[in-house]
Design a binder for this molecule. Structure first.
Ligand code: LLP
Length: 432
């Protein structure tokens, strides 16, 4: 079991942000997402520093899909980072939080005309354009609103990164972006340049998520800088920004060996510098878009153990009062986590159990065959590294209300998102 940021074991009880997990549970109930604010801020600062956003004018864009609330937008803004949104809902969250709209990058492979218009009305900084349909649509709506809209083009560079099939996005066979085959990229560039209400500022690519090795990123840098150079040669147009996407892996379980933020960033910057020199071109502004690595290890989820079932010589199950509704990753990607009994972290007696969720679905198993202190109904289970793609992928299957999110720092806790009520769950339904 690996502890991150402010997590500590005091009197055999897990503490986070200077607050005891037992107290958090008494105050807010379970399931409960707990976010270590100091660790999130520290990650933001480490990225900003290592990627030289001040020195070199590079940019770090937080990928909001990992975890986004009003308060999270505020943290990102206070830390001086930009924000990647991928839907009208994420954009609206940023807008309502007071996030500066010029620092928004709007992604997505099928932004609806309504989303595009809303973004133009909000005066967002940049669209990351995914396809020809969208080039035309954004131009049409920019004309309607009498604006010149900045855009980046998303390219699928055909780079294979070793990660789960569902979260791999950079290969040629992908629903995202302009393929580099058949000169499609060049046609897209020409189309944007030809439109007077669009300003082409950059290229974007993203090769996947939860990637540990640096090599695919170095290949990406090389390939994209070559592309920028060939665009210059073919069209005379200078691409000013190169966005290399996110995807940097984090530690979830033994065997995961992520690179340090500083090492990742310096390898990318060095490669970009060398490649630009070799290609005799000016280095564009470099951008990265981390999501998971900004918040993943900063979050834990606390649950209460309910029923415990022992099938002699087969398996012992302990059920929690949450599951695939608050963390769908094990069911969707066979994701694995580390966990602990938060109120009795260590004990002489250990046992092997599987932690099952409460959904009416046999696949709702959060953790398989983990070794934990012998547990009893009423114990608190802490699952680590749930800060990314937990709350943001939560759902109401079986009409289970969504869990609350609190942030903790310096011995204090704050609600980021209150627990859903049953009234919330049925609030959009109409009885005829
Ligand atoms: N930029 C783009 C264009 C992306 O599509 C993504 C993630 C990111 C940045 C941030 O990637 P990160 O640094 O968080 O790996 N739900 C999956 C992950 C899906 C990632 C989708 N795109 C999971 O729970 O593992």
């Amino acid at each position: 079991m690996k502890l991150f940021g402010s997590m500590k074991v005091i009197d055999n009880t897990l503490h986070i942000g200077g607050v005891s997990s037992v107290e958090l549970v008494e105050k807010y109930g379970t399931p409960l997402y707990v976010m270590d604010e100091a660790l999130i801020r520290d990650n933001c600062r480490r990225y900003a520093e290592a990627f030289k956003i001040k020195e070199n004018n590079n940019k770090v864009i937080y990928a909001g899909k990992a975890f986004l609330t009003l308060a999270m937008c505020k943290i990102i803004n206070e830390e001086g980072l930009n924000l990647d949104v991928v839907s009208g809902g994420e954009l609206y969250t940023a807008y309502k939080s007071g996030f500066p709209m010029e620092n928004i990058y709007f992604h997505g492979n099928n932004k609806t005309p309504e989303e595009i218009e809303m973004a133009i009305n909000f005066n967002i900084g940049n669209f990351v354009v995914d396809n020809f349909y969208e080039i035309d649509k954004i131009n049409e709506l920019a004309i309607k609103h009498n604006k010149v809209q900045k855009v980046l083009l998303r390219i699928t560079p055909g780079i294979e990164a070793h990660t789960h099939e569902y979260i791999k996005t950079g290969s040629i066979d992908s629903k995202f972006g302009f393929t580099m085959l058949n000169n499609k990229t060049l046609s897209a560039v020409k189309r944007v340049i030809g439109y007077s209400n669009l300003e082409l500022v950059g290229l974007h690519c993203h090769i996947g998520s939860q990637i540990f090795s640096i090599e695919p990123y170095l290949d990406e840098v090389e390939l994209m800088l070559n592309l920028i150079k060939s665009i210059k040669e073919e069209t005379g147009y200078t691409i000013k920004e190169l966005n290399l996407g996110g995807g940097f892996g984090i530690y979830y379980k033994e065997g995961d060996e992520p690179k340090k933020i500083e090492d990742f960033c310096s390898c990318i910057l060095e490669k970009a510098k060398q490649t630009s020199l070799n290609l005799k071109m000016d280095m564009p502004t470099l951008i990265i878009e981390p999501g998971r690595s900004m918040v993943g290890n900063a979050g834990i989820t606390l649950y209460t153990i309910g029923s415990i079932k022992n099938i002699p010589n087969v398996k012992k199950y302990a059920s929690i009062n949450g599951g695939m509704t608050d963390n769908i990753r094990p069911a969707l990607y066979q994701a694995e986590y580390e966990c602990a009994i938060a109120n009795r972290v260590d004990s002489y007696w250990k046992e092997v159990v599987s932690i099952s969720g409460k959904c009416c679905e046999s696949g709702d198993i959060l953790l398989k065959d983990v070794e934990l202190p012998e547990m009893y109904s009423g114990d608190i289970l802490a699952v680590f590294s749930t800060g990314a793609y937990g709350y943001s992928m939560s759902n109401n299957y079986n009409k289970i209300p969504r869990a609350a999110v609190v942030s903790v720092m310096d011995g204090k806790s704050k609600v980021m998102c209150r627990r859903e009520t049953y009234e919330d769950v049925i609030s959009r339904e109409i009885l005829d």
